[in-house]
Design a protein around this ligand. Structure first.
Ligand code: BG6
Length: 494
């Protein structure tokens, strides 16, 4: 039996992708659209308009869609019946800075309404550089393409980064809000589209087993690690402005943290869930001394030389931007007071994975816990590459002795035969089509995340500590281990 909290259906619309010649569109959006279509989750009349600056035509775009799907889709390309998929794609050539082009775009879309019966419904997906977000929102509004008459709907989907600090995020939000109301804005955090991120609430609130223990009486600490093996991969100019703090912590890591720490919402309604997440962000505290910044140096992998961050294309040779970050935060509320949340993220580490570890407290030191080496229970929520849940507990070793050994239950849903989990963008695009914004970030979530991140950035500005260089292919600077050791703990690898 399945439980579907929300039975909203997707109505036909025109999905307009600004920045259709970019990497995100090719690697993620086109394959996601193909998979939605394959799974029968795309409305029969859905139309897609790719907007780009290059001189191209609709046939050219359709060929690009085929190429992207063949290269990046989780479901293999199948020629059968694809005409009905490809015919939905159209190309509109536009220089985003050209004011007049928006009026022509409106007419172009209006003509397509006639063909597809899309009735003025629009999804504007901004897969462009952030400096265009405000301008596009403004011009859509001035050309009658923003929500206005209530007979059709228009949704604005915005990729990160949403600002680079609180001040710039407020500025951007003010401009966008002038033209699109909050409920029409879908701020993407692709981590929320991942299967296991969605599973956190279910694990917590649909199991008697965990929720009663989910507090400072029973939990010793929480670790959240999002580690990567890649470097900045040609994104130097962007990364020089963001660093790991803005690239990963402000969004993905804090979102996972809120899902782990939030109180049960009143019900599964979007706003109730978001209300609870915001409360956590407001309760987050950081200690200035409990933050470690690192930057990758040179290294080797499989006999291949890996350049240091400072040697990457379009990165300053004196850059102090962090590619690694470890920090300890606390959530100052009744449930969590005294429980540290350790966050760690970095590039060029030995392994790519995203995991949340809940380490439970030891039982009182009588009976079995007189033995100090006996370890407490651990629950791991594996977000990627494996998706699943791992639980470690103590049991008697079979035989005549009394030896206690750790045993594990490891549920790996992605390891099951034939399992092929939907990509984050499939879920997110489908939700935009259905008008469900639960997995998107509301403005006050963004605002309070920035407040936290700005506090961390301020500590750095005020401190004279140098950035710690770590060799590529290691687990970051030794100071990250020391951060844990000072508290008598370690990063766990399970
Ligand atoms: C993006 C960051 O948001 O997330 C990238 O900008 C990072 O720097 C990526 O590599 C990681 O996402 P995933 O899904 O591969 O863990």
């Amino acid at each position: 039996m399945t439980f579907n909290a929300d039975s909203r259906v997707s109505e036909p619309s025109i999905l307009v992708i600004f920045g259709a010649t970019g990497d995100l569109t090719h690697r993620k959006l086109y394959p996601a659209l193909y998979n939605l279509w394959k799974d029968g989750l795309m409305p029969a009349e859905q139309c897609i308009v790719a907007v780009g600056r290059r001189d191209k035509d609709t046939e050219g775009v359709r060929q690009e869609v085929v190429d992207s799907v063949k290269e990046f889709s989780r479901v293999e390309w199948d020629d059968e019946g694809v005409d009905s998929f490809l015919q939905r794609f159209h190309y509109y050539q536009q220089d985003l800075r050209d004011e007049d082009s928006y009026g022509h775009l409106r007419e172009f879309l209006h003509d397509l309404d006639g063909q597809y019966n899309t009735q003025g419904n629009r999804i504007f997906f901004l897969a462009v550089a952030p400096e265009y977000f405000g301008t596009i929102a403004e011009r859509l509004y001035h050309n009658d393409m923003a929500p206005n008459d209530g007979t059709s709907w228009q949704r604005l989907v915005i990729e990160k980064p949403f600002g680079r600090d609180l001040e710039s995020a407020i500025e951007l939000n003010t401009v966008i809000n002038r033209h699109f109301d909050e409920k029409s804005i879908y701020r993407i955090d692709h981590y929320l589209g991942k299967e296991m991120a969605q599973n956190i609430m279910i694990l917590r609130f649909a199991n008697t087993l965990f929720e009663p223990l989910w507090n400072n009486k029973y939990i010793d600490h929480v670790q959240i690690s999002l580690t990567e093996t890649v470097g900045v991969e040609g994104r130097g100019p962007y990364y020089e402005q963001s660093g790991a703090l803005r690239d990963m912590v402000q969004n993905h890591m804090l979102q996972l943290l809120t899902l782990v720490a939030m109180e049960p919402p009143v019900d599964l309604n979007t706003e109730f869930v978001r209300d609870e997440k915001v409360k956590i962000l407001r309760s987050l505290r950081i200690h200035p001394k409990a933050v470690v910044r690192g930057q990758y140096g040179e290294g080797t992998k499989d006999g291949r030389h890996l350049p240091a961050y400072r040697q990457e294309d379009r990165v300053s040779s004196e850059s102090n931007v962090e590619t690694f970050l470890a920090l300890k935060a606390t959530v100052e509320n009744f449930r969590w007071a005294g429980v540290p949340f350790y966050l760690r993220t970095g590039k060029r580490l030995p392994r790519k994975y995203s995991e949340i570890i809940i380490k439970f407290k030891k039982l009182p030191g009588v009976l079995y816990f007189k033995n100090e080496t006996l370890d407490s229970n651990v629950l791991v929520i594996r977000v990627q590459p494996d998706e699943g849940v791992y639980l470690k507990f103590n049991a008697k070793r079979p035989g005549t002795g009394e030896t206690i050994v750790p045993v594990t239950m490891d549920f790996c849903q992605s390891c099951m035969d034939g399992y092929n989990s939907p990509e984050a963008y499939e879920r997110l695009l489908h939700d935009v089509m259905r008008g469900d914004s639960t997995l998107f970030t509301r403005w006050d979530e963004v605002e309070h995340s920035w407040r936290f991140v700005d506090r961390v950035a301020r500590f750095w500005q005020e401190s004279s500590d140098d950035i710690h260089i770590y060799p590529s292919g290691t687990w970051g600077p030794v100071q990250s281990e020391l951060l844990m050791r000072e508290d008598g703990r370690d990063w766990l690898y399970l």
